[in-house]
Design a protein around this ligand. Structure first.
Ligand code: ACO
Length: 214
């Protein structure tokens, strides 16, 4: 856990705060060194918990303050309400351009797809509902649902979490390691016919060409 210093306490008037890249680049956040340090420490712990390692074997965190500052991603940071107050969880979301094959082999281009990129609750608080509170707060703030999101390399714990709380289980594994649950496609409106579809519908279309580009 990361202790909330008096400087950080100025930010944590509520237990949950949301920081995006642009906020991190301007005052007051860029003037409080503890903010970057706290983000880096939570990111590092998340990386350790997920076993993320770089080529040199060192921890390779997904969440780092300098990367966040240069992005449009949003980081949700959760503190506990008890004294001494400490940071106990992070959840990072951002948009990605993904190519995705659904269960029928249809290729979808998911542009600016909202995605969960990092999610961590301190070990002392896991399996106590803290992750669910953090995730639910994110869904409300982002005005979205669990099935409408993509998940970057979800760990077995996150897979279990999503199955338990949101009944999300079926997905088609992808080479890019992002998971988009089958329900994402079931809930989407039928795609409009494109020029490519109308050509594909002609009898002379190659028989084995079953993959469509949307
Ligand atoms: N083993 C298996 N499933 C687990 C575990 C575990 N050790 N911990 C949590 N879960 C799943 C289970 O479904 C569990 O329900 P159960 O206890 O009835 O089996 C459920 O999550 C518990 O839900 P919460 O208490 O609301 O969630 P929690 O506070 O534990 O937070 C989280 C979930 C964030 C995944 C946490 O376990 C964690 O930080 N894990 C380590 C880091 C990690 O793997 N993060 C996801 C990375 S992938 C990504 O970010 C895209």
């Amino acid at each position: 856990m990361v202790d909330i210093s008096p400087q950080l306490a100025r930010l944590f008037r509520e237990d949950l705060i949301v920081i995006d890249g642009s906020a991190l680049r301007r005052p007051p956040l860029n003037q409080i060194q503890e903010v970057a340090t706290a983000i880096d420490e939570m990111g590092r712990r998340s990386g350790i918990a997920q076993g993320l390692k770089g080529p040199n074997g060192a921890v390779a965190p997904v969440t780092q303050s300098f990367k966040l500052a240069g992005s449009s991603e949003r980081l949700y940071i959760l503190a506990n309400g008890d004294s001494p107050r400490q940071l106990i969880g992070i959840l990072k979301v951002g948009r990605k351009n993904l190519f995705h094959y659904d269960a029928r082999g249809t290729m979808h281009q998911l542009q600016d797809q909202p995605s969960v990129l990092d999610f961590y609750v301190h070990e002392a608080f896991q399996r106590g509902g803290v992750g669910l509170s953090l995730f639910q707060a994110m869904l409300e703030h982002e005005e979205t649902s669990a099935e409408a999101l993509a998940y970057d390399r979800p760990s077995p714990k996150l897979i279990g979490f999503l199955r338990k709380h949101y009944h999300l289980a079926e997905f088609v594994p992808q080479q890019n390691n992002f998971v988009v649950f089958n329900r994402f496609f079931e809930k989407r409106a039928a795609p409009k016919q494109t020029a490519y579809d109308s050509v594909a519908a002609r009898p002379l279309t190659a028989r084995n060409n079953r993959r469509r580009f949307q």
